[in-house]
Design a protein around this ligand. Structure first.
Ligand SMILES: *Cc1c(COP(=O)(O)O)cnc(C)c1O
Length: 470
């Protein structure tokens, strides 16, 4: 294909995309294909000669689209949303047309400097102190890995990268029982070992880490000759939104000199609204904080905002060239690849710039507030529906419930059948999780175009399908 055909196809695809977004609400949310259906629709061998774009595009519509679950659907209430707002898609289009590798300042100064500026805009939006500096990681998982590696290096007096872990006393990392699996993986990849990830029990309505249990665990480890290295805090867990008492956990971590990382991958977006910041009191004392604008803030995947109180710790852990440490930041040059595990990096700051300018912080806040308000209203309404029990109360826009009609035998089976039937129906999409061993159904609202009617339709669908089951 020659570039002189590009604009014609670009126009066709952007028309298609606009139409898709305007009508996606008419489609069933979850893909209805069976395993292997799409695979079998694709030729088993690659073409020897080039094909016409017309044919490729027709196959995209006919063979690919049936196997798509519609993440931009206004009634996607499963997992967490992965919003792609219109300005974000346009910015990505531009970034992809340029396709710069933004690993060093000189490989595209605009990308680096915009990243610096956008991360500072986000810092201000969250009202974090000016000392925090930020970097855009590809995912919260990467940010958490970078933080765990920093914990490891700090605890080993910066010798771990060189010497490895053999011969060292086991390093211990603490988190609640509710954290995301990305914490487990970071522990595996860092060579610390699952057995050294200490899961501190939770307590209270927020289902957060019990600080006295954290302290007891640290004391026991020290007494056993192990090396406490860091604490991963959770603010808004994926399952139920569970949230650690940040200030009290940080008190304990500070007492033992432990590096701290706050995973607010989902909930962090809502912290642009002052009224939700009571969920992370004292966060301005954490060493590292991550949240994903690619979830709730309308900036499409991938864009994970990672803030560091002292980037030198991270850079000391990940920089390839020690020389770099001497100059980093001082001459106005930042090489962000020294702040992350991958070397290559996309121009991700551009979509933040487009999105924040298009909506303004106030436009973004309105969306967060609406999602949270509507979700609370739905929860309230469902709590009065026959047989429905609210299991965990709303944290931001996330709550969980269970269908427990009188006389039902196996509630786990019943609720699994319910969530499957709801998703087969197609009007809404929900996912399940476990709370204290019980299978429960999650609800969260966070799609950028969702309306109060969309959220309230969930009430009709859930109660109608539940009734049909019993
Ligand atoms: C989504 C999520 C993650 C993982 O985010 P990625 O960017 O996909 O790595 C981690 N923690 C929490 C609490 C999440 O909700």
């Amino acid at each position: 294909m020659k570039w002189d055909q590009f604009s014609e196809w670009g126009r066709r695809i952007s028309d298609w995309a606009q139409d898709y977004h305007q009508t996606v609400g008419d489609r069933p949310v979850r893909a209805r294909t069976k395993p292997g259906e799409i695979l079998n629709a694709l030729p088993a061998t690659p073409p020897e000669t080039g094909e016409a774009m017309e044919d490729i595009f027709a196959d995209f519509e006919n063979k690919v689209m049936p196997g798509i679950t519609h993440w931009q659907h206004p009634r996607f209430f499963a997992y967490f949303n992965s919003n792609a707002s219109a300005p974000s898609v346009l910015a990505e289009f531009l970034a992809m047309a340029l396709a710069p590798q933004c690993m060093l300042w000189q490989t595209s100064p605009a990308a680096t400097e915009m990243e610096t500026r956008m991360m500072d805009w986000l810092r201000q939006a969250l009202d974090l102190p000016a000392e925090y500096q930020g970097v855009i990681q590809d995912s919260a998982s990467s940010a958490t890995l970078a933080a765990v590696l920093t914990m490891r290096e700090k605890a080993l007096n910066w010798q771990g990268n060189q010497q490895g872990l053999p011969g060292q006393k086991p390093l211990r990392i603490y988190c609640s029982s509710e954290v995301h699996t990305s914490v487990d993986r970071a522990i595996w990849v860092a060579g610390i070992g699952q057995d050294n990830l200490v899961r501190v029990p939770i307590k209270g309505d927020w289902r957060g880490m019990a600080p006295e249990a954290l302290e007891a665990a640290i004391e026991a480890d020290i007494a056993a000759g192990l090396t406490p290295a860091g604490v991963v805090l959770c603010v808004g867990s994926t399952g139920t939104g569970s949230t650690d008492p940040v200030d009290k956990v940080l008190d304990v971590a500070e007492k033992y000199g432990l590096y701290t990382h706050v995973d607010a991958a989902w909930s962090g977006s809502a912290m642009i609204c002052p009224e939700f910041r009571h969920y992370w009191p004292g966060v301005e004392r954490a060493d590292s904080i991550v949240f994903n604008p690619h979830k709730w803030l309308g900036v499409q995947f991938d864009c994970s905002a990672h803030f560091l109180k002292n980037p030198d710790d991270l850079v000391r852990t990940l920089a390839i060239s020690p020389e770099y440490l001497k100059t980093h930041g001082h001459d106005g040059i930042i090489n962000y690849s020294e702040w992350s595990v991958p070397l290559g990096r996309r121009f991700r700051a551009l979509k933040l710039w487009f999105v924040i300018r298009t909506y303004g912080l106030e436009g973004l806040r309105t969306r967060m507030r609406n999602h949270i308000k509507w979700s609370n209203e739905l929860c309230e309404k469902l709590s009065a529906a026959p047989g429905i029990e609210i299991v965990t109360q709303p944290m931001w826009s996330l709550f969980s419930f269970r269908y427990a009609p009188e006389g039902a035998a196996d509630l786990d089976d019943l609720n699994l059948a319910l969530v499957n039937a709801i998703n087969d129906d197609g009007r809404i999409y929900l996912t399940q999780t476990r709370v204290d061993g019980d299978l429960v159904i999650r609800f969260q609202a966070g799609q950028f175009e969702t309306t109060e009617d969309d959220v309230m339709m969930a009430y009709d669908v859930i109660t109608e399908i539940a009734k049909g089951l019993s």
